[in-house]
Design a binder for this molecule. Structure first.
Ligand code: UQ1
Length: 461
């Protein structure tokens, strides 16, 4: 990679030659070696474009934030830039529905460039490094981009190699190991559950960072329902059923919020599902799943079907940057979403250190706070928007019913419909299932990615 000084002097040299960025990058005949070296530098290096706002990530947070900013009417064409190497944008909350046989995965994705407004500049590349002291990022192609404000929202990534044997098992079309946590394998989940007739089924959930901490058990509950309907599993007599079902979680409880956890554990025992708590899956070896307990002891269980959830963590370009905290997440204030050390850097969503559950629903509350605080900063005003930790997990408990968990910092329950209509959202309901299956995916592409949806607060301008 070129140093900034080298870049500056190379631009100078290019200027002396009358070189323009659009010109060929092959050396003109007859110029000396140093110029030839100069001449093979890709033309993009010759200018460092700058934008008022650069947003790293075109996922749920990146699209919501970029379009909410654009809709403020305060930005001209290309004042806002989005950086993301992806071709596709996925509605990831829908992958659970694919695993349950309710949706086709192809229907849940859109080409990223079709979702980004034409007034926003899209860089279809990944970030190599951040230089927040110089208000610059460097892309993987060496291209540098300057900014006034930087929004860091690239999400987190699957760390498949942290469970030995997982990648190989997932990639093998004949293995009974699958996961709803990737586009490639979410439909394998449905096929694997549908053809299962007898044996031990294990559903795992890792200790540590995960997105949508409820999803590992949503797929469990759908499978329980399917096998019960098919007569292959009898909740009242699991010992005599052809299929035995275990939920093996790295956590000590079913869910992080006591009110919902209690209900879910009741469902688990009523439905004859074995609970293996504080069992963290670390290895898959043939038909053996190996778990680590908190004291380091290893437990091995035989399986005939395994729904495995990979370990997850920050992208290395975030974890290794000066923006990260000690666990690799972007070190922002939990209420303002502003970086703790760089006042023009902001973050929300999975990549951020906001101490809440990582969901798309959380973005509905986080994005308006971040946007309002950036706009206030541009006006030289004090920040006045504060994020309360709102997040939600529409937890499918069976086909046709969802427990709509909603909570904020401190695992404090904050129920939209409980507050509006006095109902208890820990009771699984059909209307919440309709929200999960139909309304949320629809409003997501119709409104949320366009910057006009604020979740429980409804539509925004
Ligand atoms: C939501 O707005 C949303 O986005 C479209 C979801 O899907 C990812 C959700 O799961 C939830 C819970 C919300 C929150 C909205 C309401 C009305 C509770």
């Amino acid at each position: 990679m070129l140093s900034r000084r080298a870049l500056r002097s190379s631009r100078l040299a290019a200027g002396m030659l009358g070189y323009t960025p659009a010109a060929s990058n092959r050396a003109p005949i007859g110029i000396g070696r140093s110029f030839a070296t100069e001449a093979v530098i890709p033309p993009m290096h010759r200018t460092s474009p700058s934008h008022k706002i650069v947003i790293v990530g075109g996922g749920t947070a990146g699209l919501a934030v970029s379009h909410q900013l654009l809709r403020s009417g305060r930005f001209a064409t290309d004042d806002i830039a989005v950086v993301d190497p992806a071709t596709w944008h996925h509605y990831q909350p829908g992958w659970t529905l694919v695993g349950g046989g309710l949706k086709k995965k192809e229907d849940l994705r859109s080409a990223l460039d079709t979702l980004v407004d034409k007034e926003i500049k899209l860089y279809n590349d990944s970030v190599a490094t951040f230089n927040p002291e110089d208000n610059l990022i460097t892309l993987s192609n060496g291209h540098q981009i300057g900014y006034n404000h930087l929004v860091v929202v690239p999400g987190i990534t699957m760390k498949y190699d942290q469970i030995k044997g997982l990648s190989e098992a997932l990639a093998d079309p004949h293995s009974p190991v699958s996961t709803i946590y990737s586009y490639q394998t979410c439909d394998k989940v449905d096929r694997t559950i549908a053809k299962f007739r007898k044996g031990n089924a294990i559903f795992s959930q890792p200790a540590g960072i995960v997105k949508c901490a409820g999803a590992p058990q949503k797929i469990l509950w759908m499978a329980v329902d399917k096998w019960t309907q098919a007569g292959l599993f009898r909740p009242l007599d699991p010992g005599a059923s052809p299929i035995k079902i275990s939920f093996a979680t790295g956590l000590p409880v079913m869910f992080g919020v006591p009110k919902y956890s209690k209900k879910l554990d009741k469902l688990r025992t009523e439905r004859g599902v074995e609970g293996l708590f504080q069992h963290d899956l670390v290895e898959i070896n043939g038909d053996k799943a190996i778990f680590t307990l908190p004291d380091g002891e290893k437990v091995t269980r035989q399986f005939d079907l395994l729904h495995a959830v990979p370990k997850m963590g920050p992208h290395s370009f975030i974890a290794e940057s000066t923006l990260a905290n000690e666990v690799g997440l972007v070190d922002v204030d939990e209420h303002t979403t502003r970086h703790k050390r760089f006042s023009n850097v902001w973050s929300i969503g999975d990549a951020s250190a906001l101490p809440t559950s990582k969901t798309a629903a959380a973005i509905t509350s986080q994005a308006p706070v971040l946007v309002s605080n950036i706009l206030r900063t541009l006006d030289g005003k004090e920040l006045d928007a504060s994020y309360d930790g709102y997040t939600s997990c529409p937890l499918i408990t069976e086909y046709g019913k969802v427990m709509l968990t909603e909570f904020r910092y401190g695992a404090e329950v904050k129920e939209t419909f409980g507050d509006l209509f006095g109902i208890d959202q820990s009771v699984p309901r059909r209307v919440f299932y309709q929200l999960k299956k139909h309304f949320f995916p629809w409003i997501y592409y119709k409104s949320m990615v366009k910057g006009t949806w604020a979740g429980p607060k409804g539509f925004i301008r």
